[in-house]
Each structure stands twice: as structure tokens, then as C-alpha cells.
Design a protein around this ligand. Sequence first.
Ligand SMILES: Nc1ncnc2c1ncn2[C@@H]1O[C@H](COP(=O)(O)OP(=O)(O)O)[C@@H](O)[C@H]1O
Ligand SMILES: O=P(O)(O)OC[C@H]1O[C@](O)(COP(=O)(O)O)[C@@H](O)[C@@H]1O
Ligand SMILES: [Mg+2]
Length: 359
Amino acid sequence: MHLLINTGGGDAPGLNAVIRAVTLGALNRGWQVTGIRYGYEGLRTGDPDGLVPLDRDRVRGIAHLGGTILGAINKGNPFEYPVQQGDEVVLTDVSAEVLARFRAVGGDALVAVGGDGSLRIAKRFCDLGLPVVGVPKTIDNDLDGTLFTFGFDTAVSVATEAIGRLHTTAESHRRVMVVEVMGRDAGWIALHAGIAGGADVILIPEIPFDIDSVCVKIRQREAAGRGFSIVVVAEGATPHGGGRVIRAREAGRDVQLGGIGEEVAEAIRALTGKETRTTVLGHIQRGGTPSAFDRVLALRFGAAAVNLVERRLFGHMVGYDPPDMVPVPIPEAVARLRRVPLDSGTLRTARSLGMCLGD
Ligand SMILES: Nc1ncnc2c1ncn2[C@@H]1O[C@H](COP(=O)(O)OP(=O)(O)O)[C@@H](O)[C@H]1O
Ligand SMILES: O=P(O)(O)OC[C@H]1O[C@](O)(COP(=O)(O)O)[C@@H](O)[C@@H]1O
Ligand SMILES: [Mg+2]
């Protein structure tokens, strides 16, 4: 068996642990393993450096390292590949080139590690006869079919530590500190880090917010002698009747979000007269070493992916259904996003703690 592996979409802490577990699991079965650089790019271009033979030495000492030794890409969908033609970018289907190269290098199966986009691509390849097993990756934790994926715990830890640090300076200066965290469509990071860090206001994409409610909370605190507040905002949060704040658009990739934190801070300043400051945590949440929890989870995902290949459960991804790793049909996992349910116990906990959710 010649197993190929790639990592697609944004990077997440734990990707290297997956690569290690897949490689060792395969080598221990007597299989050959090759890494594809930059998603499908390493196959598409035909560049000999695009493929990395993975042996024990190559995956030694990488489980604790952030990023991915194979590189990641979030604008290389082979079915809608952005090709520059003059001034225009034309989305072109180059999947046949990828398939041909996969066969030319003697690939028997692929482990595709990535988010919803990567898994949709993987399924399309599977339908074209390329045997694929998926491993879910999202720091936003918004993939269905798995309770958690690696990267989320690390992101929540980083955001929680940042909220803690902002707390002390907020209190010293009696300011309102707004922290913008990741979370395009789902507010899991904001919710968990907000609760863990003791935020006063948590704004998530699932609950359109009313800035007046946010200001009521800040004034109530002020009246109770608490001259500072911490507001955690997911990048995908929207005001009532308003849209997401988009930083950039580029053909062939998802819109880049960012800026809602500054808008919220400005509105709070205008409405309450309080001094405000904004911190955008951005890629700090995604970079660096994975937490121990994420390492264990990622190693388990990798080991389970090899098991699915062995069982020839192609078209499935590994799902974490505690305490087990289970096969989940990819179409089921990508049919809808796993957003924070409005009746979720974690949301109720935030409310019970007196946190304002913007509604
Ligand atoms: N393996 C890959 N090779 C090339 N491009 C990819 C690959 N995986 C994902 N992409 C591109 O990145 C986009 C986002 O992928 P996704 O897996 O959803 O990651 P994320 O949610 O981290 O952005 C996809 O729609 C696709 O355009
Ligand atoms: O690095 P980029 O391309 O700007 O992507 C940023 C996006 O990636 C994310 O970190 C999502 O990543 P996940 O797919 O791992 O959840 C979003 O929160 C953010 O909007
Ligand atoms: Mg995605």
C-alpha cells in the first residue's frame, strides 16, 4: 500500500501530530508513505519537490510543533483552481491533472487532512475513483460529525490567556477592552474563552447583537463600581440587521473577515463615553505548539485514519465521538456547520454567570 497524505485549508496546531501518527501507523503495517506539499499543489505541478517521502526520521520530534511540515493552502481547490488570465482570475477544473499524477506516482490511497472545504474536495476526488479518508481540522470547531477537532483547545487556551492579561490592564485603566477572536461562522472559541477568561460580554455569530444591550451591561457594571469591562467578539459576529465585517476578497478563496472588534469598540465609546481599546488575536490563536489535549487528539485522529484506510472505508472521515474514534461519511460531516446551538448548556452557563450575549 502506498499512502499519500496532505494538509489543506488554514493550519491548526496538531497537524504535525496527525502526520506523525499516519506515517508511523502506515510504516508499522509495512506500507509506504508520501507527503504532498501545499494541499494538492505538490501533485498538480509535477514538481519533484512537491512530494516528500515520509519515514521515521522525517516524522521524529514533530508532534509538539505547530504548523505543518507539508505546508497548507486555502486557495488551491483543484476543481475551481484560480488561474490568472490577463486581468482576470478564471476558476478552472484541474482535477484531472491531480488524478493523473496520483496514479503516476503509484498512489493507492490518500489521507486528506482539512476543514469543510478540504473534505468537500476530498469527497469529489473519491467520487472520481481516488480512495480518500478524511481527518477533520478546524480551530473554529465548526465541523459536524466530530465533537472536537485538534487546534480548538489550543486556540481557546491562547485566547483565555490573552483575556486574562487584558483584564489586569482594563481594571487598572477602567477601560473597555474588546478582544476579537477567530470564529467565522461559529462562536465556540469566543464562548469557551469568554467563559474561561471571565468576560463580561461575548458576541458570537449565532446571536446577532444589539449594541444597546452591550452598553446596558457596561453601564450596569459601572454603576456597581466596576469601571472596566471585557468584551469578546468572534470575527464573524454581526449586529442586528447588519452583515459581517469583511477585510478582503480574493477569487478562489473564502472572504477574509476582520474588523468587527474595532467597530464594536467604537460604538461602545460613542454610546457610553468610556475609553475603549481593541486587540485582534488573529493567527496567534492558530500558531505555535499544540496543547497536550490537542496532541493526543491529533495522534488519535492520525492512527484512526490509517485504520479506516486498512478497512477500506473510503469517503469517510474520522469523527471523535467520545470515547471513540468513529467513521463518518464525509457528505454527512460537511452537510452543515456545527454552530453553537441556541439552547446549548454552555450558553446557558454564560447567561447564568451574568455574561451578556448581546441579545
Ligand atoms: N488540500 C488542498 N489543496 C488545495 N487547496 C485546498 C486544499 N484544502 C483546502 N483548499 C482550499 O482552501 C479552502 C478552505 O478549505 P478548508 O478545508 O475549509 O479550510 P479552512 O476552513 O481552514 O479555510 C477550500 O475551499 C479550498 O479552496
Ligand atoms: O489565515 P486565513 O486564510 O486568513 O484564514 C483565517 C480563517 O481561518 C480560520 O482560522 C478557520 O480555520 P479553521 O478552518 O481551522 O476553523 C478562521 O477562524 C479564520 O477566519
Ligand atoms: Mg473552511
